[in-house]
Design a protein around this ligand. Structure first.
Ligand code: PMP
Length: 358
């Protein structure tokens, strides 16, 4: 009888709660208003021939590389960062190899590494989710072939200093070190400038978050040109669809849209952090477009917020995240709605420190 490989049979399934997402979407770290209108205009101009033809990735790769100021052979466009993670696992992990991750973090590192037959070594973050650089370095062995780090991290919003990421890359020359910069635009600091000093260091970027193109599935992986040649061999030549390729250059050209969106999100983040602080709710200072907060009764909190038309994500199942929810930020008007629903929910659940029920 046909049976999947052992590693696949035992793979935990990751099923994000995508159903019934009516309301203000503060649950998936997406852009909450949508992409630049110029991108939609570009999409409307597409004709049947563009859809009939197989997609041509290279000219768009050249445009993205140009924007990032790197040579085109160092960049591969991917079907979101998820595909970049998958390709790294397929390219570098043999069954029995070790993949290092710092928990809590983005789920797909574990899943793709396990699917490749690797042993996943989870290094717990330090107090207040501080990046545990010493612990990561101490867990590197000759079998370590992948180290995946989200920077800023999801779901904590915490960051690892560039010097620590350099130290890890230096300490694990036989491992692919992925610095996943999915939330780069909200943070502003990157390892791109130093990636060419380390042939084992890869940087991933996505157009799913600040750019508002999660549905198009497009991201980029950047690394040493020779390593990228190997990754290209593993990838489908048609991994990124024609609509995404046709629209991305226009999305890149409209940087004022991105900057405006990012500025508003940062402002909203500060407003949410102030509101949580005032209510005595524990949270962690974030460099991304979301904030992790310990509300205690996380599932009632999520339900109460949903009842008020605001979707947020229960992260209480993640390592060291008991009672935590993750709240995505959007622009000003969305923060207004969020903060009203938040206040009402905190009062309803008796979560405001020192407050009494009306
Ligand atoms: N990396 C991180 C850290 C993420 O949080 C996410 C999305 N939740 C992704 C990658 C996936 O990005 P993409 O949509 O480009 O596959």
């Amino acid at each position: 009888m046909l049976s999947p490989r052992e590693d696949v049979r035992t793979l935990p399934s990751y099923r994000p709660p995508l159903a019934g997402r009516d309301g203000l979407r503060l649950d998936f770290n997406e852009n909450t208003v949508g992409c630049s209108p110029r991108v939609l205009e570009c999409m409307r101009r597409l004709g049947p021939e563009q859809l009939a033809k197989y997609p041509e990735r290279e000219p768009v790769e050249a445009a993205v590389a140009d924007m990032l100021g790197i040579p085109a052979p160092e960049l591969l466009l991917t079907n979101g960062v998820d595909e970049a993670i998958h390709l790294l696992c397929e390219t570098y992990l043999e069954p029995g190899d070790e993949a290092l991750i710092v928990v809590p973090t983005y789920s797909m590192y574990r899943i793709y590494a396990m699917a490749a037959g690797a042993q996943v070594i989870s290094v717990p973050a330090g107090k207040d989710f501080k990046f545990p650089t010493d612990d990561v370095c101490n867990r590197i062995t000759p079998r370590t072939r992948l180290i995946a780090i989200a920077n800023p991290n999801n779901p904590t919003g915490r960051v690892a200093p560039a010097e620590d990421l350099r130290r890890i890359s230096r300490s694990a020359p036989d491992a692919a070190v992925l610095v996943d910069e999915a939330y780069f635009e909200f943070y502003g600091q990157s390892m791109l400038g130093v990636s060419n000093q380390f042939p084992n260091l890869f940087v991933a970027r996505t157009f799913s978050k600040a750019y508002g193109l999660a549905g198009l599935r497009i991201g980029a992986l950047i690394g040493d040109a020779e390593q990228m040649r190997a990754l290209r061999r593993v990838s489908s030549p048609y991994n990124v669809n024609s609509v995404a390729l046709a629209c991305l250059p226009e999305a890149l050209r409209d940087q004022s849209y991105i900057q405006g969106y990012v500025n508003e999100v940062r402002e909203s983040r500060a407003r949410l952090e102030r509101a949580l602080e005032a209510s005595g709710i524990q949270f962690w200072q974030s460099q991304a477009n979301f904030v992790l907060a310990r509300v205690g009764a996380s599932s009632s909190f999520v339900e109460q917020m949903r009842g008020r038309g605001v979707l947020v994500r229960d992260r209480s199942g993640d390592h060291a995240c008991e009672g935590c929810v993750r709240i995505t930020l959007g622009p000003r008007a969305h923060a207004d709605r969020l903060l009203i629903a938040l206040q009402e929910t905190l009062i309803e659940l008796d979560l405001v420190q020192g407050a009494s029920r009306p």
